[in-house]
Design a binder for this molecule. Sequence first.
Ligand code: GLY
Length: 584
Amino acid sequence: MIPSGRVLVSIRRLCVLLLLSATILSLSCSAKRRAEDIDFPTEPPGLVVSSHPAASRAGLQVLRQGGNAVDAAVATGLALGVVDPFNSGIGGGGFVLVRLSDGTVFAIDGREKAPAAASRGMFVKDGSYDPALSREGPLAVGVPGILAAYEKALELAGSRSLGELVEPAVSLAENGFPLDRYGLSRYERAIEALRRDAPSARIYFRSDGSPLREGDFLEQPDLAETYRRIGKEGSDYFYRGEFARRLAAFMEAKGGLITLADMRNYRAVVREPVVGSYRDYTVFGMPPPSSGGVHVIQILNLLEVSRILEGRSGWDSHSVLWTSRFMSRAFEDRALYLGDSDFIPVPVDRLTSKAYAEEIVTGMMKRKAAPAVVSDSDGAARPEGGHTTSFIVLDRARNVVAVNQTVNLNYGAKITLSGTGVILNNEMDDFSAQPGTPNAFGLVGSEANAIEAGKRPLSSMSPTIVVKDARPVMALGGAGGPAIITAVLQVMVNALDLGMDLPQAMSHPRFHHQYLPDMLIVEQDTSLVRELEEAGKGLQMVTRDHIGVVNAIAWSEREKAYVGVSDPRARESSAWLRLREEGP
Ligand code: GLY
């Protein structure tokens, strides 16, 4: 039986909301496929670029009221947990990369952790890995971390309280928001699983039990109350109070592992960012347990050392094939060496060094190796736009924040914790459940990423900040599992090397190689596909609709303004937001 629904279709409310949000919709939710240049009616207080206009609006509102980029990032992230619960939320984890205008950089790790009772064989049944266990249900859930990361960011550099910053999210959860086409497409992929989970069914179906439709208002009163309590009691409510008790009781009843002690012991960690140089730029990224920072910098080093992009104004088959081999090599290293550096030594310095890049490039050139091996196998990884989210905030003082947050796969473990409205992650699938066996993203790993009690699973999330002459010139992050790394890389290269402006850099067709499965994946119906075919190297390619979803802010020398662009691959809308000021 489907209990009484929370969904109201209210034309009146829709009209009021549209009216209230007309300004922001015009800023960040253009319904057009192509990027559109929209000027602010008044000088904006800063830039917020996320995959949902209501979340961007929450962040902009905080900036408008005098909050800084860290404050606005927390408000945006909390709001995304309401409007895009299939991608992220407080039941998940993430990374917050902050660069203050004085040059200080914080890399805050709010990645989920394996519970204390977790063990390396927990997803192995009768000798083989059972993916159902690591993807759906209570065993799939890692101890959530993003809320602790927000709190840490506010403690280090915020100027507003969590209580204030939670307000836009409370209001979105309580008053509801209309489900758009993109949200609906993600929902439709999870309908059966959400129906099986009674607390999810209460939220995500109409009162007559039928599925939600585009334009339906989704109200989440339990989530509003959870946020309200967090606003009053801080993360204590979540990690030590009623939320933690409910979660522990649920886990005990359903055969999950997370205990009250796991929640109480969770801490966000401030880590040293990974730092690299690329031409005249300094690149800051997230260190392990993310592989993102290491491999974005490693592939940039390989591009720089090989000079394959020198003198080029666009991608051609030669540069695509070489870059795909560099991607493959980086993912091979990811599989061998990357894991939680609190548990295993990760050779970050070596992997991100120019000397190592020289060694790899010299070896590849000597071997004159064949181009990337490709195949059209059905088993190909699907680095689609789904899963995870990223957002970027820049304030007038040029403090910049890049956040990647996730519940892992679509709607995480497909569990809503009863009475809280919170979707629980399935981040345990990001471990190598059985070294050498691929996870949901087709990624293989080794001992380095094997499950251990208290360990963080390896991530590909790549919040990245690029600095030149001591000023931020680009900040970005992405969604799409392993494609986060390669999509972020390509947006950077398109803008920094190939002279594209940010909307072009964003919408340009992408390619992806992740070592295993050994194949080149290319966005379909592109001239790139034709060019690679014509290169006559006997290649077969796998094409995909979308490779990653990126959000970015970059300094435009031509416009003398910071420009923010959201990826049209998510909501088929791409907004230009501009912040004019004296630039670097
Ligand atoms: N769950 C996706 C990632 O962290 O890479």
